[in-house]
Design a protein around this ligand. Structure first.
Ligand SMILES: [Zn+2]
Ligand SMILES: [Zn+2]
Length: 556
């Protein structure tokens, strides 16, 4: 067929989070995932990062559909921030994935999200595309790869995957189904590169339960287990071990309760009657019959685990003889927070055991090199496109793909905003588009670039406030300065005086018609502080009223 297919990376490659890929045929698109990200190295106050797809509307006016690979936030939690013109597109995914996406969407927008759950090998017609969802094993239930039939050949997106021969639930990934549906001919494969730096194969999820059991059965008093709240299979393993150990379980925190409630409501998780309970009921049990299931395994401030470590979680206190199990990995960037959290639990007298102490306490949801190699070799694509990772993971995956000798003729890495064009024979780079993700605070408000710059500066060097007022029509201005976050400001009385004297000189000096008085004062105060004390605080100038008439003052 004449024409070109465009594949455009909206996010997730060249930096973890915000996974989204857009396929465009004659201005009609199919979006695979639309996830959010979490700030790395941003100032306090930035809660999430969401993709901004508005600049893509000129290339893709209508969306034929949105396909979600699985329930993790970095793939399915961004729908509330889709451009308005794309919101009418039908959303597809497995039942569990849609339920999670719906929760996230409705929490943010207050509106219902319509979606169509796809079962089995059902073929879904979607504008110029048709797709199937194929089961893969991962740390979210009902994770799927996507096989898209396009006018220029078959495109496969692996989704997040590992090749777990013994998954906690469901069947191992079945490449026979892939082969049957693709007919063995795949034009392009997008493959999860997260584990491309790890040798060998990843641990099976089924190996985690015995390690949990070993620790929990030996614990003499209360047990707190923390893991990723979205990891339903791990939560089920903890519930099963709690039952064997004769403990009842209180989930802590909104997310943990939400996931378990949904799983129980939908019959995906069937704990014995009375096993799950509330905090107050569990407090009535003896300590050796209590188990708390807490979110916040990355040490996130405000999470239930964080509050437990601070002794501020209502109705729960941990101390000597209690055990904290961290059944999780460390997400890059969280090392310091987790270490501080562990230290606080240790100071309370708890025993702390994590996957660094016993690697069996966690199994990654992403396959290692051998699994990635097997996925590529089984699919045998013409073109390989590593996705999901920092640049280093994508490059390692690219090297791996080239080395396999399984028919990969071309390897392409697309970072955010970059595109690849394909016709029936060739594939070449298309024009890029500038995409700037939006950083949001806890309340969902946009922290624009200049706000982030201000917050960084405030955090780094403090703030000086200079207040100038002309009380009661007096010609003489009163000038006061105060500082926050600057060492020894109070103790160095001369400094405030120097600032105030300098401002007075400015007010009495020559006019500066091209510059507002606030900006002039701020600039000069900054310069003075920089030269005298080498500090670079944010300087805020407040003019309380206009200068008195007749005074020789600057323009404001
Ligand atoms: Zn992911
Ligand atoms: Zn995932």
């Amino acid at each position: 067929m004449n024409g070109t297919l465009e594949i455009l990376s909206v996010g997730g490659s060249g930096g973890f989070g915000q996974n989204a890929t857009l396929l465009i045929w004659q201005r009609e698109g199919l979006l695979i995932d639309f996830g959010i990200g979490f700030p790395r190295g941003f100032p306090v106050g930035a809660a999430r990062v969401v993709p901004d797809a508005e600049p893509l509307l000129s290339r893709c006016e209508t969306l034929a559909g949105i396909v979600l690979t699985h329930a993790h936030d970095d793939h399915a939690a961004g729908l509330a921030w889709l451009p308005e013109a794309w919101r009418r597109a039908p959303v597809y995914g497995s039942g569990w994935t849609l339920a999670a996406a719906r929760d996230r969407y409705e929490q943010i927008t207050g509106r219902r999200l319509a979606g169509e759950a796809i079962d089995g090998e059902q073929r879904v017609e979607c504008g110029p595309f048709a797709f199937h969802l194929l089961p893969v094993t991962h740390s979210a239930p009902e994770s799927r790869a996507v096989m898209v039939r396009t006018p220029v050949g078959t495109v496969v997106h692996s989704g997040d995957f590992k090749l777990d021969p013994r998954p906690w639930r469901g069947l191992p990934t079945d490449f026979e189904v892939f082969r049957r549906l693709t007919g063995g001919k795949v034009r392009l494969l997008m493959v999860d590169s997260t584990g491309a730096r790890r040798r060998g194969r990843s641990r099976s999820e089924s190996d985690v339960r015995p390690a949990l059991e070993e620790q929990i059965l030996a614990a003499p008093a209360q047990v707190v287990v923390s893991t990723f709240a979205s990891h339903l299979h791990r939560l089920e393993a903890v519930l099963e071990v709690a039952r064997i150990a004769g403990r009842r379980v209180a989930p802590l925190g909104q997310r943990m309760n939400e996931v378990l409630r949904r799983a129980v409501d939908e019959g995906r998780c069937v704990p014995p009657r009375g096993l799950l309970t509330g905090v107050a009921e569990l407090a009535a049990q003896p300590p050796e019959e209590r188990l708390y299931l807490a979110g916040g395994c990355q040490g996130e401030p405000g999470s239930s685990l964080y509050r437990l470590s601070q002794g501020t979680f209502p109705g729960v206190a941990v101390g000597a003889d209690d055990l904290l199990l961290l059944s999780s990995s460390t997400i890059p960037g969280s090392e310091v927070q987790i270490s501080a959290l562990e230290d606080r639990f240790l100071r309370l007298g708890c025993r702390v055991v994590g996957s660094q102490d016993d690697p069996r306490l966690h199994a990654s949801g992403h396959g290692n090199r051998e699994e990635i190699a097997e996925f590529i070799s089984r699919i045998r694509p013409e073109i390989l496109m590593p996705v999901h990772g920092d640049r280093v993971h994508l490059e390692r995956c690219a090297e791996l793909g080239r080395s396999l000798g399984c028919g990969v003729r071309q390897v392409e890495i697309l970072e955010r905003g970059e595109s690849l064009l394909l016709d029936a024979e060739r594939a070449w780079r298309g024009p890029s588009v500038e995409l700037a993700p939006r950083v949001l605070d806890d309340a969902g408000l946009h922290l624009a670039r200049d706000l982030i710059r201000d917050r960084r500066r405030l955090g780094k060097a403090g703030v000086v406030v200079v207040r100038v007022s002309w009380d009661g029509g007096s010609k003489e201005a009163s000038i006061r300065s105060e500082a926050l976050g600057i060492p020894d400001w109070e103790g160095d009385a001369g400094r405030a005086e120097r600032v105030e004297a300098m401002v007075r000189t400015l007010l009495d000096g020559a006019r500066h018609p091209d510059e507002g008085l606030e900006q002039l004062v701020a600039r000069r105060v900054s310069r003075l502080l920089r030269s005298s004390r080498r500090v670079r605080p944010q300087v805020v100038v407040i003019l309380d009223s206009d200068p008195a008439p007749g005074g020789e003052k600057e323009n404001s």
